[in-house]
Design a protein around this ligand. Structure first.
Ligand SMILES: O=C([O-])CC(=O)C(=O)O
Ligand SMILES: [Mg+2]
Length: 219
């Protein structure tokens, strides 16, 4: 077996666990209640896309939204990880987009159905290069931003998260064992909006990384 390099974690085929409604300003803009427990959902490894490849709009949506999020890459697996040890399980970070077919999600919500087709389609998880944890001394205080065609749409600080990174790691690991190479998306701040074919998305973590993706239609 070839040696695996965590800096290409998206090639490992591990799971992607997403936290929803983790910023009160975003929960409110979608008229959702501010949660008292994390809202959790999954994306499959087939949803990864890296720079150089486009984000594809599925044929079944006419309202595909960007959600810029801080991703936490797990370096050491575990079950029932105590909050005080949670950061020892982190290998690093990545800037991520939780692409969401909002019209499909709204329909699922109104029917009490799972969000899978709204959240887990091919290219629904664009990711940046890996950022080793040493480069992010305070992940609970970094600024995320996203522009569509040069216009700023989202800008928020991870200090606005309702549930902290250690809490999220500990909470998830009580129910779903974490493995090396897993990715946790920590939720989006306000400003989500629809993207169109040929849009250029640029996103960044201030002072750390930027990434850009073109939007195309799925064939
Ligand atoms: O679809 C949603 O709004 C929930 C979510 O992923 C988030 O808050 O990041
Ligand atoms: Mg999200």
């Amino acid at each position: 077996m070839t040696s695996r390099n965590i800096s290409r974690f998206w090639e490992w085929g591990r799971k992607i666990i997403c936290v929803g409604r983790n910023y009160a300003d975003h929960a409110k803009e979608l008229k959702n209640a501010v949660p008292t427990e994390p809202v959790i959902f999954l994306k499959p490894p087939s949803s990864y896309v890296t720079e150089g490849s486009p984000i594809l709009i599925p044929a079944y949506t006419s309202d595909l939204h960007h959600e810029v999020e801080l991703g936490v890459v797990i370096g050491k697996g575990g079950t029932s990880i105590p909050q005080c040890e949670a950061m020892d399980h982190v290998a690093g970070y990545a800037l991520c987009l939780d692409m969401t077919a909002r019209d499909v999600q709204d329909q699922c919500k109104s029917q009490g159905l799972p969000w899978t087709l709204a959240k887990a389609f091919n290219t629904s998880c664009p990711v940046s290069a890996f950022i080793p944890k040493e480069r992010v001394p305070d992940p609970g205080h970094v600024t995320l931003w996203l522009k569509v065609n040069e216009h700023v749409k989202q800008s928020g600080c991870t200090s606005q998260m309702i549930f902290s990174i250690p809490f999220i790691i500990s909470y998830i690991s009580d129910f779903i064992s974490l493995e090396e190479g897993d990715l946790i998306l920590t939720g989006t701040p306000k400003g989500v909006s629809a993207v169109q074919e040929h849009d250029e998305l640029q996103a960044g973590i201030e002072g750390l990384i930027t990434m850009s993706f073109r939007v195309d239609r799925a064939q």
